[in-house]
Design a protein around this ligand. Structure first.
Ligand SMILES: [Zn+2]
Length: 92
C-alpha cells in the first residue's frame, strides 16, 4: 500500500528529482524535498497518474505563473508533474 501526492514543479525541481541535478544558484531543493517527505520514508518520482487529458501522465504545462509547489519558485515557466510516494504499512 502507498499514498501518493501530486505536485506541479518547476524545471529545476524536475531535474533534481529525475537526475539529482541541483542548480548551483537556487533554492535548496534537497531541503525542500526533505521538508515534504518528512519522516514518512517516501520518495519523489517523476510523472503523475495519467488522465484522459494527459495520457502520458507528464503533468507538463508549457507556461505557468503559479509557483512551484516544491521550491515555491514564483518564476513563470514550464511546470511538470511529479508524485510523492509514501509507503503505508499494511494493517495485516
Ligand atoms: Zn521548483
Amino acid at each position: 500500500m502507498q499514498t501518493t501526492t501530486e505536485y506541479s514543479v518547476c524545471q529545476d525541481c524536475l531535474m533534481f528529482i529525475a537526475y539529482g541535478d541541483e542548480p548551483d544558484d537556487g533554492p535548496d531543493l534537497e531541503a525542500a524535498m526533505k521538508r515534504e517527505i518528512g519522516d514518512t520514508g517516501g520518495h519523489f518520482s517523476t510523472g503523475i497518474a495519467p488522465t484522459e487529458e494527459d495520457p502520458d501522465g507528464s503533468g507538463h504545462d508549457e507556461f505557468s505563473r503559479s509557483s512551484c509547489e516544491l521550491c515555491n519558485s514564483t518564476l513563470g515557466g514550464s511546470r511538470h508533474g511529479v508524485t510523492l510516494i509514501i509507503p503505508v504499512p499494511s494493517d495485516g
